[in-house]
Ligand binder design. Structure first.
Ligand SMILES: [Zn+2]
Ligand SMILES: [Zn+2]
Length: 299
């Protein structure tokens, strides 16, 4: 079991600080799986890396401050929809001198990452001026390609979601984690090459953990074409085709209660077991540490 106490015994682990899609959804009905929007922490040999800056980055910021060390980390973004950047102005290390943050994300046509990111801290949207930020910030583009540093190798793939959106494959040692929070696998309103799904299957191939957009049920999806999201079953098919060990359903619908989520995941799991599917699956839970199976017992 990975916990706060022993997390550093695991060479690679991850923790979801926000699992929710679209808008924060706090309240008793979502307390178990969490109401914060997308933010993922990946720990590699004690180093903490951040993916997406939804409202979950706020509690992550407090946790990092408890570490006491001056923060020096990249923040990798999948895209710039609100639910993936809205927590950033409330990320406390931002206001601590000495903090070094490198923000990397996909350039949108001719708009650079700095403008995309700083825009939400303009005076119309946010009271504290961008100039109040004490951290050293740098910005870089990361569209399709690879990136290396901080003990990891990243690969990215453009996915099917409105605007230019990427998914990440994070490799560290023998471990591969794929993080694709927003992706409409079966959507037909995107300009992609005919071999896109084959490339996606290859991209997630043999991953230890796949975190994938599973916002809708099969009943809901026909009413949401082109909204940029997948179903639980579509995510599972991708995981099976790619030979993934463990699938975390992610980007939970803000209207979905914990009990409904349990019911859906149990049904999908039972159906899968009935046809001999070997993928482990569960709904991603806010605050829980996950580690690859071979590193020890899973939470
Ligand atoms: Zn989203
Ligand atoms: Zn989005």
């Amino acid at each position: 079991m990975v916990s706060d106490e022993n997390v550093d015994d695991f060479p690679v682990s991850l923790r979801c600080w926000g699992t929710r899609g679209s808008i924060p959804s706090p309240g008793p009905a979502t307390a178990r799986y969490g109401g914060n929007t997308t933010c993922l922490e990946v720990r590699v040999e004690g180093r903490r890396l951040i993916f997406d800056a939804g409202s979950g980055i706020r509690p992550l910021g407090h946790d990092l401050m408890r570490d006491g060390a001056v923060l020096d980390t990249p923040i990798f973004l999948t895209h710039f929809h609100w639910d993936h950047i809205q927590g950033f102005p409330f990320f406390v290390p931002l206001y601590v001198p000495g903090t070094e943050l490198r923000i990397l994300g996909p350039k949108q046509k001719n708009i650079d990452v700095r403008s995309l990111f700083a825009g939400q801290m303009g005076p119309i949207y946010f009271p504290v001026p961008f100039s109040a930020v004490a951290a050293n910030l740098s910005f870089d583009h990361l569209n399709e390609g690879t990136w290396e540093g901080h003990g990891i190798t990243l690969q990215t793939i453009r996915v099917k979601h409105p605007s230019y959106v990427i998914g990440y494959r994070i490799e560290a040692g023998d471990t591969a984690i794929c993080f694709i929070p927003d992706n409409e696998i079966d959507g037909d309103s995107y300009e992609v090459e005919p071999d896109w799904r084959d490339r996606l299957v290859e991209f997630v191939g043999d991953a230890d953990i796949l975190i994938h957009d599973s916002m809708y049920t099969e009943r809901e999806y026909p009413h949401r074409p082109g909204w940029g999201h997948s179903t639980f079953e579509q995510s599972l098919r991708l995981a099976e085709d790619g030979g993934v060990d463990r699938l975390l359903f992610f980007h939970h619908d803000p209207e979905r209660s914990d009990d409904e989520l349990d019911e859906i995941v149990n049904r999908v799991r039972d159906d899968a077991a009935g046809r001999g599917c070997s993928v482990e699956m569960e709904a991603a839970r806010e605050g829980v540490h996950y580690a690859p199976a071979e590193q020890g017992e899973l939470t």
